[in-house]
Every structure is written in structure tokens, then in C-alpha cells.
Design a protein around this ligand. Structure first.
Ligand code: G2I
Length: 471
């Protein structure tokens, strides 16, 4: 279908994108294949709606994540991405500074890597972003009006042509309105030199470059009805009435205690949809933890589902540790890729079933932390870390009955190697180490013990720790 990439930019060579991905990975293939194979195991037995992507698809939506190219080589990152999501937004790799750092000189390498990954896994791609005041190279801000206009149109045309047919929705213009009550346009090189008309011009250029991509305006603090969202609403209404090509509005949805999920979130999405555009939740993250965070995530998902034209949700990252706001733990997976209560809430709101057999790893999931029904559970943490390695610790907790022995699989990514194990008896098969209890196999109901191990050969990715098996 849309696997042939145009040859603009610095990337040479034609042919199917996936073929180029395999060639490009070279020596990394073994590690990735291992991760992929591991990730595939639970999915083969899982019900279709046991993941965010599958559950959203059953509702006719996508569920995506912002992805950074430099994390794709991390086995657990790629495994979680591939298992849970069916759309990817490059977090930074398609921004102007990344793809056209010097005028007329395009570099698509890192963005191509993400697009290739998505296509290889059958995921869709959201394009982010073409015209934005931030992450804009200095040469753009230095141009006079005439040059700036042609640079803007050339940038849109070159980037969209490179990915023609491969992007389901593009953020054509990002964050062009001011915060606060003024409803005014934000000062930027585009606004200041080209005036209000730059947005319309960008959308017209974009439509000509890839007529099949949905063209979106994307912004933050527009999630409820307020002065800023009113200003965007007025612009979109004007565009629709004059035939300016616009297909969708993106609501970034970065929430925290100072900027909570608005009570009129659904109503605001609906009023835009009523203008005749799709709406998308484009950069969702919600700072917090536990049940409060879970409730917010559930509410956001339900709001989207309640609006027929809300076509999909993208979360702005996968594990908390890679969030732009990591200290606020705003995402669905913790630093060890365990599913958080927010994950279960999002999946439930989508109509999926958290904790089904074949869907391991989450709080309350079989063998996962806190599973109330498992004979025993295993919880991983990194105890110490240094430049070339780390000490890992796995806490084993018996369920509601006593146990007499336990075992847990720990999978490492090459070139990491275990050099010692304590409080457990290890055997190895390739990069999978099975650790069985020694003197510490007998645990009373609810009692815990732990084993530890030292790894040399790097600190990332962290080990994958499987479910606990009792004997
Ligand atoms: O700021 C959150 C988002 C708001 N809406 C537009 C999004 O594009 C924006 O994403 C963030 C990325 O998540 C960050 O990763 O945009 C930031 C830049 O405005 C990104 O941060 C930048 C850092 O500031 C740079 O120092 C760094 O080199 O990420 C770059 C690449 O890692």
C-alpha cells in the first residue's frame, strides 16, 4: 500500500521501508528479535482487547504513544510499544530542527527509523509537527518575510512529500495562540513577519503536498472551554466556512494539579467536532499516581469515546522515566514498564479487560505486583547502579496460601551478563536466567523474601522479570 517512500531529503535508496529497516539494524537484530519474541508470547494467547491498541481498535479508534528513536533499541521499551500501541508520534524527530537543520538540507534519518518501526509492526504514524515556534533552527528566525514564506512552504512540502501516504494525521501548525485570556496569536517568526494568514497558508500548502493526510491544528490549554480554545474555535469555524483545508484539531491534554482535566473536556471536544472536524487527543499525560491518576485517565478516555469524531488518543511517552515531566510520573507505565493503575483504568474505559490471562505484568495481573490471586508474585527493583552495571533485586511474596518453593525468569539484553546471584539458585539458558529458591523457599501466606544479582555490561535496558511460579 503505502510502503514506498519518496526520495527527497538526504535518505537515498528506494524500496519498501521495512526492507531498509532490517538492513539498517545490522548487529542489533539479535537483541531486538529476542525482545520481539518475548513480547509475542503473551499476545498470542491474549484476548483481542487485552491491550490499549486492540481495545481502542474495537471502538474504531487508535491508541498511540510518542516515541523517541533513541529508545527503540531498549528491549522492554520496544516490547511495550509493540504490544500496546497501534499509532506512533515521533516525540522530537520530525520537528523542524531535526529534519531541516540548515536551509534546504533535510535529514530524515531518525524520523525514518520511527516510521520504519511503525510500519514493520503495522502501526500508524502521526506527524508532529511542521510549523511551530519552538525547536526552530536559528536560520529560520533570521529570515525576512519573503524568504520566510518560501522557507515555510518549502519545509511543509519537502517533509510531507517525503512521508506522502505514510502519515495518517499531521500537526500542520502547533501552538500558534497565546496562553491567558487575550485569545491573541502567539508572537513567533511566522506570526510576526507573515501575520495571521500564515496558518491558512500552511494548511493550503499542506493539502497540496499530501491530499490524503488529515491536517490538524494542535495546541495545549485548549482542552476546556476558555479564551484560548475559543480563539482556536473561531479560527476553525472561519476556515471551515471559507473552505480552508483543515480536518482535525489536536488537544494536547498535558494535565497536572495546576491544570487538571477540565470538567467540560468532553463538551469542548464535541463543540469542535460539531464544526465538522475530527478531534484527537494528541499528547496526553496526567501527573499524579494511584487511584487519582487512574480516575483522570479513565475520564479522558471516556470523554473521547463519547465524541464520535474523537478518532484517537496518543499518550506522550511510554514509561514515566522518559516523560518530559518524569518527576510527575504522568504516564501509564512505571520505570520498570509495569502497568500502573492508570493503565488498567484506561484499558477498562476502552472496554478492554485488564488482568486477563496472557496479559501479565500489571498490578493485579497474574503474577504481577499485587496480584491477589497468584500463589506468589515477583517485583523487580534496581538496588544499586554504577557506570558499567547494577545490582538487581527481586522481591518474592507468597499469595494467600503458604508456599514451599518459587522460581522466576530474569531476561537480560546482550551484552549484559549476570556475574553473581545471592539468596537464589540460578540456571541459564541463553540470556534467560531462571532463579529458584534455596533456603528461602518456604513462605507463610503473604510473607516475602528476596534474591539479588549483579549485572555487568551496561545498565540499560533493565532486566525483564517474569511472573513468579510457586511449588
Ligand atoms: O513540551 C511538551 C510538548 C508540548 N507540545 C509540543 C511537543 O512537541 C512538546 O514535546 C516536547 C518533548 O516531549 C521534549 O522531549 O518538546 C520539548 C521541546 O520543546 C522536548 O524537549 C527537548 C529538550 O528541550 C531538548 O533539550 C532536547 O534536545 O527534547 C530534545 C530532544 O531530546
Amino acid at each position: 500500500m503505502r510502503m514506498i517512500r519518496k526520495r527527497s531529503g538526504t535518505r537515498g535508496g528506494g524500496g519498501p521501508a521495512r526492507g531498509r529497516l532490517r538492513a539498517a539494524l545490522g548487529g542489533a537484530t539479535t537483541v531486538l528479535l529476542t525482545a520481539t519474541a518475548l513480547a509475542a508470547l503473551p499476545q498470542t494467547t491474549a484476548h483481542a482487547a487485552d491491550t490499549l491498541g486492540a481495545a481502542a481498535a474495537e471502538k474504531g479508534r487508535y491508541f498511540g504513544a510518542a516515541v523517541a528513536a533513541n529508545h527503540l533499541g531498549e528491549a522492554q521499551y520496544a516490547a511495550t510499544l509493540d504490544r500496546e500501541f497501534n499509532s506512533i508520534t515521533p516525540e522530537n524527530e520530525m520537528k523542524w530542527d531535526a529534519v531541516e537543520p540548515n536551509r534546504g538540507s533535510f535529514s530524515f534519518g531518525r524520523a525514518d527509523q520511527i516510521v520504519d518501526h511503525a510500519q514493520g509492526k503495522g502501526m500508524k504514524v502521526r506527524g508532529h509537527t511542521l510549523v511551530w515556534h519552538s525547536q526552530l533552527p536559528g536560520w529560520v528566525s533570521g529570515l525576512g518575510a519573503t524568504d520566510l514564506r518560501s522557507a515555510m512552504n518549502n519545509h511543509i512540502t519537502q517533509v510531507m512529500t517525503h512521508y506522502k501516504g505514510e502519515i495518517h494525521s499531521w500537526d500542520v501548525v502547533n501552538e500558534a495562540f497565546q496562553d491567558g485570556g487575550s485569545g491573541a496569536r502567539r508572537s513567533s517568526p511566522f506570526q510576526d513577519k507573515l501575520g495571521d494568514g500564515f496558518i491558512e497558508e500552511a494548511f493550503r500548502t499542506a493539502r497540496a503536498a499530501d491530499p490524503n493526510a488529515k491536517l490538524c491544528y494542535n495546541d495545549y490549554n485548549t482542552d476546556g472551554v476558555n479564551a484560548k480554545s475559543n480563539a482556536v474555535y473561531t479560527m476553525v469555524r472561519d476556515f471551515k466556512s471559507r473552505g480552508v483545508p483543515i480536518d482535525c484539531v489536536g488537544f494536547q491534554s498535558h494535565f497536572n494539579p495546576n491544570s487538571p482535566v477540565p470538567s467540560d473536556y468532553r463538551a469542548n471536544l464535541q463543540r469542535f467536532a460539531d464544526l465538522g472536524v475530527d478531534v484527537q487527543i494528541t499528547e496526553l499525560d496526567i501527573e499524579g499516581s494511584g487511584q487519582a491518576q487512574a480516575t483522570n485517565y479513565g475520564n479522558v478516555v471516556r470523554a473521547c469515546l463519547a465524541v464520535t469524531r474523537c478518532t484517537g488518543i496518543t499518550v506522550w511517552g511510554i514509561p514515566d522515566k522518559y516523560s518530559w515531566r518524569s518527576s510527575g510520573t504522568p504516564l501509564l507505565f512505571d520505570d520498570n514498564y509495569n502497568k500502573k493503575p492508570a493503565y488498567d483504568a484506561a484499558l477498562s474505559a476502552l472496554g478492554g479487560t485488564p488482568g486477563d490471562p496472557g496479559d501479565p505484568g500489571g498490578p493485579g495481573d497474574p503474577g504481577g505486583p499485587g496480584d491477589p490471586t497468584a500463589a506468589c508474585t515477583a517485583t523487580y527493583s534496581t538496588a544499586e547502579q554504577w557506570s558499567g552495571g547494577y545490582n538487581g533485586k527481586v522481591m518474592i511474596t507468597a499469595g494467600s496460601s503458604p508456599i514451599t518453593g518459587w522460581s522466576v525468569d530474569v531476561t537480560l539484553a546482550s551484552p549484559q551478563q549476570v556475574v553473581s546471584v545471592w539468596n537464589g539458585s540460578p540456571t541459564s539458558n541463553g540470556n534467560v536466567m531462571t532463579v529458584r529458591s534455596t533456603w528461602n523457599g518456604s513462605l507463610a501466606a503473604g510473607a516475602s523474601t528476596s534474591f539479588g544479582f549483579t549485572v555487568n555490561g551496561g545498565t540499560t535496558p533493565p532486566p525483564q522479570v517474569g511472573a513468579c511460579t510457586a511449588s
